[in-house]
Write a protein that binds this ligand. Sequence first.
Ligand SMILES: NC(=O)c1ccc[n+]([C@@H]2O[C@H](COP(=O)([O-])OP(=O)(O)OC[C@H]3O[C@@H](n4cnc5c(N)ncnc54)[C@H](OP(=O)(O)O)[C@@H]3O)[C@@H](O)[C@H]2O)c1
Length: 252
Amino acid sequence: MKVVIVGAGNVASVLGRLIKKSKHEILQVISRDAANASVLATELNCAFADNSGVIDKTADLYLIAVTDTAMSELDETYHLGDKLVVHTAGSISKDVLKNITNRYGVLYPLQSLRKQNMDLHQDIPLLVDANTEEAITILQNFALTISGDVSIANDELRLKLHVAAVLVSNFTNHLYALAFEYCSKEGADFKLLLPLIEETALRLRNHVPNEMRTGPAIRKDIKTLEKHLRLLAAYPKIHHLYLKITDSIMDQ
Ligand SMILES: NC(=O)c1ccc[n+]([C@@H]2O[C@H](COP(=O)([O-])OP(=O)(O)OC[C@H]3O[C@@H](n4cnc5c(N)ncnc54)[C@H](OP(=O)(O)O)[C@@H]3O)[C@@H](O)[C@H]2O)c1
């Protein structure tokens, strides 16, 4: 397929690389900042423009990978008739594109994407949706050329998965950040925890999370919990979360 990419950030870069690798033809990268568009366009060997430039109208697919807040401003910029246009956001309805085109949908990567150091060998789960059956089929077939892990998910299901993604990725990473800060201040090496982090995540390939619960809260080991809380007295933010999460585990 011939593809135009709008955006030059993490998702545009990672999906752009996969699209190129799968032998589709990327015609153009458009982004707010021409310099960013130029960097990605050079890598993908295609033309580029900034937001005020002319969009190439000859593509089969327009992939909009801009920030969630920028998405609502797009209908003032682009009018693409009946071209197939998709966005990549988890929590935004496909209908945000209805003033741009008659055929629109979503290609949502259910993965945390970074343009630097991203391993492109593992399939990225892709959730597709569109406003017509014909567009869903086209998108599904396109998605299967760049990933072996493709599902159909409407706006409602995608939003639910987005919530779950925040819990398992953003929230756990916040806990890692707090633990990192705590270790640094207490002279403990955070890297010693990496095998534990990996093992805990990898177990979920074969078990449901509830079966894998360990630690003082699930054992209702009050003495250990009190020792921990005394150590955390100097870290009110961590102390607060420790209590809340301990309560939540004990309530289950
Ligand atoms: N990163 C992830 O892990 C991930 C995963 C799944 C879905 N998503 C979704 O994918 C979309 C893109 O995310 P991202 O991580 O790629 O974001 P990003 O790295 O921050 O890149 C955002 C892009 O949006 C452009 N942009 C920002 N404001 C704009 C505006 N007012 N008008 C036009 N373009 C504007 C930026 O352009 P310039 O930099 O050129 O100014 C940049 O190219 C979002 O909807 C996000 O929710 C992200």
